[in-house]
Design a protein around this ligand. Structure first.
Ligand SMILES: Nc1ncnc2c1ncn2[C@@H]1O[C@H](COP(=O)(O)OP(=O)(O)OP(=O)(O)O)[C@@H](O)[C@H]1O
Length: 248
């Protein structure tokens, strides 16, 4: 459904993506792992059109995702941003339906509020939360609201950018389980980027490891622990010693 073919992206002398090829079939949950600075965010930005690849192609449903097709793609797409990215000045329900309250096919305010309450229930929050402002909520509740916003338009494709950053391990587990349940229920195609191995195990059908600008390893999550690739092994076990160079 989404395919990257030999995608390259440099910033000056810094060659971040050096020929990334990756396919995500419809309904699959792919988690992309890789060290800090390995280019996970740049990869997502290239798919979203926020960065233009220097070379290579990005396909959606078999056709290049060019400027003309990006609008329809984005209308079927939802995203959970790292840190939530909620608007403090708006109540929770307007945050959840921000996009649905705008544009030609926009919902009425009452329909949007109803939709928000429905999505809040899906992430385990009561209708009373709808009228509150993000600043009044705990970090875990804000993450749930951000998740409700990501699924507000019943997207076919969802991106999760570091979904557990800043959460304690228990809340991270709750969010991971919610993400897995939602992706499965909706039959959505999902791409998650994370360093959190607990997220990988909870969310992924397939795992791809980005290293030195390329996909170093790709396989089903169940094959990850037995895989022999030394780079993947070091990442999965969190070992300080190994082939991945770190600045100490
Ligand atoms: N707009 C930009 N201009 C210049 N360099 C950039 C730009 N965006 C990203 N980079 C560089 O690209 C490299 C990859 O960054 P990226 O944010 O994709 O890493 P990441 O894998 O998401 O890291 P982290 O896990 O720490 O978020 C870094 O060296 C970064 O400095």
């Amino acid at each position: 459904m989404i395919a990257l073919q030999d995608v390259h992206k440099s910033f000056g002398p810094n060659a971040v993506l050096r020929g990334v090829s990756l396919e995500v079939p419809k309904g699959q949950s792919l988690v992309v792992i890789g060290g800090s600075g390995s280019g996970k965010s740049v990869l997502l930005k290239c798919i979203l059109g926020l960065e233009a690849p220097d070379a290579g192609r990005i396909l959606y449903e078999g056709a290049p995702l060019d400027a003309r097709r990006r609008g329809p793609f984005l209308s079927r797409f939802g995203m959970l941003f790292q840190g939530g990215a909620l608007f403090d000045s708006l109540p929770v329900w307007e945050n959840i339906c921000f996009r649905l309250l705008r544009g030609p096919g926009r919902l009425s305010r009452s329909a949007a509020r109803e939709r928000a309450v429905d999505k809040l229930a899906r992430v385990g929050l009561g209708p009373d939360v709808a009228e509150r402002h993000p600043a009044e909520l705990s970090g875990g509740m804000q993450k749930r609201v951000a998740l409700a916003r990501a699924i507000a338009a019943d997207p076919e494709v969802i991106f999760f950018d570091e979904p557990t950053t800043g959460l304690d391990p228990i809340m991270a587990g709750v969010i991971n389980d919610l993400i897995r349940g939602i992706v499965t229920d909706m039959g959505a195609t999902a791409i998650t980027i994370t360093h959190d191995m607990a997220s990988v195990r909870a969310i992924a059908d397939e795992v791809a490891m980005l290293h030195a600008g390329k996909i170093r390893w790709r396989g089903p999550v169940a094959a990850m622990d037995a895989a022999e690739d030394p780079y993947l092994r070091q990442f999965v076990t969190g070992a300080a010693e190994g082939p991945i160079e770190t600045i100490r």
